[in-house]
Design a protein around this ligand. Structure first.
Ligand SMILES: Nc1ncnc2c1ncn2[C@@H]1O[C@H](COP(=O)(O)OP(=O)(O)OP(=O)(O)O)[C@@H](O)[C@H]1O
Ligand SMILES: [Mg+2]
Length: 200
């Protein structure tokens, strides 16, 4: 297997990263999605069972990524070392992630943002850093809701109607990705509106 088709706004993997695939007879994106989804369910269960996690730490983000993806990827929980079309220079990841969680703690302590704006900003900054070779979208969506729940005692935001944490390749995914692109251009409002329109 040399490559998978990537959905809109997803990051392609390097050959070195594909080598980290633990199950070798995977040939299609559909099979990979299924394998990953099983791991993600197990990781979600782990998160749900831990009420007293310090979610505002880089350790938490790496541990969560490992829990979500270790069944499938050898590099789960390890920051990327290669350049991607999305994301910062890999040598800056560790520092930027620590800065982001410190900022998030400040935002919470000072009630800087309401629930949705906090979620939009934290999520966007984490996917913009793009700490891992893959799984950044799912990690960031799940981690954001973990922080809302554990650190803020707030209900989760809805990233997409339908499946809870995957965002399928459809109009909704395009709206979500385009809102992230606006946020790249320093306009966070489309992502806030997107999340508001998903509220139950
Ligand atoms: N222009 C952008 N700016 C910031 N983040 C982006 C941008 N484009 C895509 N993203 C984020 O990157 C994610 C894709 O990265 P990656 O493939 O590592 O994560 P994933 O969990 O495998 O993704 P997904 O489950 O959404 O397919 C998207 O889900 C989105 O959150
Ligand atoms: Mg991906």
């Amino acid at each position: 297997m040399s490559h998978f088709d990537t959905p809109y706004g997803a990051t392609p993997l390097d050959p070195s990263e594909i080598e980290g695939l633990k199950i070798k007879n995977v040939t299609t994106r559909g099979q990979l999605d299924q394998l990953e989804a099983a791991g993600v369910s197990a990781g979600l269960l782990w998160l749900k069972r831990r009420k007293h996690l310090d979610t505002l730490s880089d350790d938490f983000l790496r541990e969560l990524h490992r829990r979500l993806f270790a069944k499938v990827w050898a590099w789960a929980g390890t920051y990327r070392t290669t350049e991607k079309n999305i994301g910062i220079d890999p040598s800056h990841i560790a520092v930027q992630v620590r800065e982001l969680v410190d900022n998030a703690r400040f935002w919470i302590d000072h009630s800087t943002y309401g629930r949705i704006e906090f979620a939009a900003r934290f999520h966007h900054q984490l996917v913009k850093i793009h700490p891992f070779p893959n799984g950044n979208g799912r990690l960031a969506r799940i981690a954001t809701n973990g922080i809302l729940s554990n650190a803020m005692g707030m209900p989760p935001v809805v990233w997409a109607r339908g499946k809870a944490h995957a965002i399928e390749d459809n109009a909704q995914r395009r709206a979500y990705i385009n809102a992230l692109r606006s946020a790249d251009g320093r306009d966070i409002r489309p992502l806030i509106h997107y999340l508001e329109s998903n509220e139950p």
